[in-house]
Each structure stands twice: as C-alpha cells, then as structure tokens.
Design a protein around this ligand. Structure first.
Ligand code: FE2
Length: 203
C-alpha cells in the first residue's frame, strides 16, 4: 500500500494539528485505533491492521488547512497525493461518503465547482474496498474522548451540524449496515472489541 510509516503518519498529524489545533487530532487517533482493533478481529477479511491505524490517523488530515467544512476531504486527498501516499489519500475522500451521495453530508460544501466535480467523479467511479468500509464505520464510532456507541456519535454530529434531511437519514442507515457487516465478520458486536465504549458513551 502507498502509505507512510506509523512514525511519519504521527509526524504529519502533529504538524497538521499545530497548524489547526482541535479535537480532530484525538478523534483521528481513535478512528485509527478502532480500525486496528476491528481489523484484528476480522481474520477472514485479511486486513492489514497496522495499515488501518495509519489510514485512521490521516483520514482527516485535510484539517491542516484550517477550519473548513467538507473541503477537508478534498484538501486531505490533495495533500497526501502530493506526498505519494495514494492509498491514504483515497481514504480522505471515501471516508465521508459511505452511501456515495455527495449531497448527504454533515456540514456544508465549501469547494469550488471544479473541485466538487472532481470529487463527484472520483466517488462515482470508486470501487469501495473493505479498507474504505472500515474507515467509514470507524469515523462514526470514534470521538475525541474514545470509542462510543454509533448512535451517540451520529447524534453529536447531527446536533453540531444542524439537523438531518432525508438524505442524511439514508446515510445513517448505511452506517448501521456497515456495523452489521463487520459484526458478522467478528461473529459478535463490534463493541466487544473496542475498549471503553460503555464508559465513553455514558460519560
Ligand atoms: Fe473523521
């Protein structure tokens, strides 16, 4: 895979966080840790668990460009492509569109029309892998405080970004389908392999 080493991923994350400090750094680490735990618990999928950690660390790296809306996906992709980390760049885009609908987003679009057209084309032609699916799921169960019940994370996002539409409800159903997919491969609830969910959810 075209991804950085773990040490380089942390260096990129820390550098980005210095440019734009916020809870997104801790969230990113928890997305990576969740992906690593779930990958280890799904031997039939043969995922590289260490790579999953790195992909999680970098999935929101577009936040390095400042306080932005959905363009953090585009910025992260361009940044990591320029570094030659194509597989990590891909996750910057795919993690936000589990149902491939660029209109079903939490937050606002703040890309130029040509950038949005690029994203639409990319997501339309992209064949999602289990890495894409796992990072989509983990983005929806990891907060800065740790792993939480998906319902808590989704309600938190909805409240912060101002409500739902029919399209965001469809997106939420996709998240629950992802949860079922990985639970089937684990042979148990995804939460059985994520430490601290009860404490974090009910804190
Ligand atoms: Fe995220």
């Amino acid at each position: 895979m075209k991804i950085p080493t773990l040490a380089e991923a942390y260096r990129l994350l820390d550098e980005a966080h210095e440019r734009n400090p916020g809870p997104w750094r801790a969230h990113s680490i928890n997305v990576g840790r969740a992906a690593q735990y779930i990958a280890q618990a799904c031997p039939t999928l043969a995922l590289d668990a260490d790579a999953c950690l790195i992909l999680g660390l970098l999935h929101d790296i577009g936040r390095r460009e400042g306080i932005t809306g959905m363009r953090h996906t585009y910025d992260g992709y361009q940044f990591l492509i320029a570094q030659g980390y194509d597989d990590a760049a891909r996750i910057c885009l795919t993690h936000s569109f589990p149902d491939r609908n660029l209109n079903a987003i939490f937050g606002k679009w703040d890309c130029a029309p040509d950038e949005l057209a690029f994203l639409q084309g990319y997501i339309t032609q992209c064949v999602y892998t289990d890495y894409d699916r796992l990072l989509q799921l983990c983005d929806a169960i990891a907060m800065d405080i740790g792993f939480v019940l998906m319902e808590k994370r989704l309600v938190d996002v909805i409240l912060r970004y101002g409500g739902t539409t029919e399209q965001t409800l469809a997106k939420m159903r996709t998240y629950f389908a992802l949860q079922s997919y990985f639970a089937q491969h684990i042979g148990a609830s995804i939460y059985t392999v994520l430490p601290g969910v009860i404490e974090n959810t009910f804190a």
